[in-house]
Ligand binder design. Structure first.
Ligand SMILES: Nc1nc2c(c(=O)[nH]1)N[C@H]1C(S)=C(S)[C@@H](COP(=O)(O)O)O[C@H]1N2
Ligand SMILES: [Mo]
Length: 409
């Protein structure tokens, strides 16, 4: 018997001398901090969509009590979403080697036999299924969404949102259960005794510390090839981050483009000077404005970034256009502007409409922009006119605007 090659179900199959409570505990501690930050920044990102304002903003209808924490997203500081979403995506990518190493360190347990020794053991293994399955699911859906650009049309948000709650619930339970083991193994790193320690370890090829440096090096490499997505000068170093599709070219409009006008199906005939009219609706009635008439209204400048849910962002661009609160005043909302429903020329796609809060409309930096960095908006950046609001996620900055409806969402 002893000479049979062991199967994965046998402890003798797993021979790495690295495995043991110390190695797993160190990786677990890193994930404890990292995953908590991911969870919080993820929930914050969802709140930034103004989901309570209108069904068009609510990417997870039916969230029920999971939306208990929702709050009114502020309009400052202007880089707020740049920061929270940049951290969410860059940290998520950086943690991938740690997650994989952590799973590798406990993989013998996946094969433990019998599958359940008792009811408690069965419950524990089910919770681990939710933990591991939920964790892998969140990392995989997150990476796919960022890299492949909306591979789950319309369904990424619910999947990632509900997945996050399942994963985090299992994560908290696991962290509480494992705290004693972690504390013990960190205090006494030499006294390794549990089922993760190989009964017949192979000769070491690397020390436990060396292996941790290896994992950390992988994380550092991912970090360095991702973090540039949040900084104009470093964008070329962001090899692993999406570049927003189209090459933005150079010049005043030469910054990151998410969806191009062609992709969004914007017909140049519809945006021509003598065809396009902005329709503004409010309690005093409806006003139709040509682009020349808009440009004749008082124009203001705002220096604001674009920050996408995919994690990338631009530095401040100089937008110039008509204040949203001035447009509200034009249709009978003088003084205290209401919520705003924005519709674009685009006919299909999740981001052709958005709702902005009264606070966002009232902010003097919120514009219906006509130009950027001193030049007319390019077709890809939303010509003839686009929304730009401080601190808001990119999705709320609707391009190719056709209609604004104040109040009465
Ligand atoms: N009509 C419309 N507006 C839109 C989008 C869209 O797909 N259609 N994409 C949004 C998203 S997700 C982002 S991040 C920003 C990107 O703006 P930019 O392409 O000018 O950088 O535009 C937003 N406005
Ligand atoms: Mo975006």
């Amino acid at each position: 018997m002893r000479d049979d090659p062991p199967l994965p179900f046998s402890p003798r199959f797993w021979r790495s001398p690295l495995r043991g409570p110390w190695f797993t505990s160190v990786l677990g501690l890193v994930l404890l901090v990292g995953v908590t930050v991911l969870f919080v920044t993820g929930l914050v990102s969802y709140a930034a969509y103004n989901p309570d304002l209108s069904p068009v903003n609510d990417k997870t209808p039916g969230k029920g009590i999971l939306g208990f924490y929702l709050f009114d997203w502020p309009t400052g500081p202007p880089w707020l979403y740049r920061l929270t979403q940049g951290v969410h995506v860059t940290l998520g990518i950086t943690l991938i080697p740690v997650l994989l190493a952590k799973l590798w360190s406990v993989v013998p347990r996946l094969f433990a036999l019998p599958p359940a020794r008792s009811l408690t053991h069965a419950l524990e293994r089910i919770s681990l299924l939710l933990l591991v399955g939920g964790g892998l699911f969140e990392f995989v859906t997150g990476v796919l969404n960022v890299q492949l650009d909306y591979v789950f049309p319309g369904s990424f948000y619910p999947l990632h949102f509900y997945g996050a709650w399942v994963f985090f619930a299992a994560f908290v339970a696991h962290a509480l259960l494992k705290t004693p083991t972690v504390l013990r193994s960190l205090r006494h790193p030499q006294e390794e005794e549990n089922d993760l320690v190989s009964p017949e370890p192979a000769d070491p090829t690397v020390s436990r510390r060396g292996a941790l440096w290896f994992v950390g090096g992988g994380s550092l490499l991912l970090f360095l090839t991702t973090v540039g997505q949040s900084f104009d000068g470093l964008r070329r170093t962001a090899l692993l981050a999406p570049h927003g599709g189209a090459d933005p070219g150079s010049g005043p409009n030469g910054f990151q483009i998410n969806k191009t006008a062609v992709y969004a199906g914007i017909d140049p005939a519809e945006t021509a000077e003598d065809v396009w009219r902005l329709v503004v609706v409010g309690r005093a009635g409806t006003v139709r404005l040509s682009r020349a008439e808009l440009a004749g209204l008082p124009l203001h400048s705002s220096a604001l970034p674009i920050a996408c849910v995919e994690g990338w962002s631009t530095s401040d661009q100089w937008w110039r256009g008509v204040r949203l609160r001035d447009l509200a005043a034009l249709v009978g909302h003088e003084g205290d502007p209401p919520d705003l429903f924005v519709e674009s020329l685009q006919r299909h796609g999740a981001f052709r409409r958005a709702a902005l809060s009264a606070e966002q409309v009232a902010d003097p930096r919120s514009l219906l922009a006509l130009s950027v960095n001193g030049e007319d908006l390019s077709p890809d950046h939303g010509h003839p006119a686009r929304i730009i609001v401080p601190a808001a996620p990119g999705v709320l900055n609707t391009k190719w605007v056709a209609r604004l409806t104040f109040g009465d969402l």
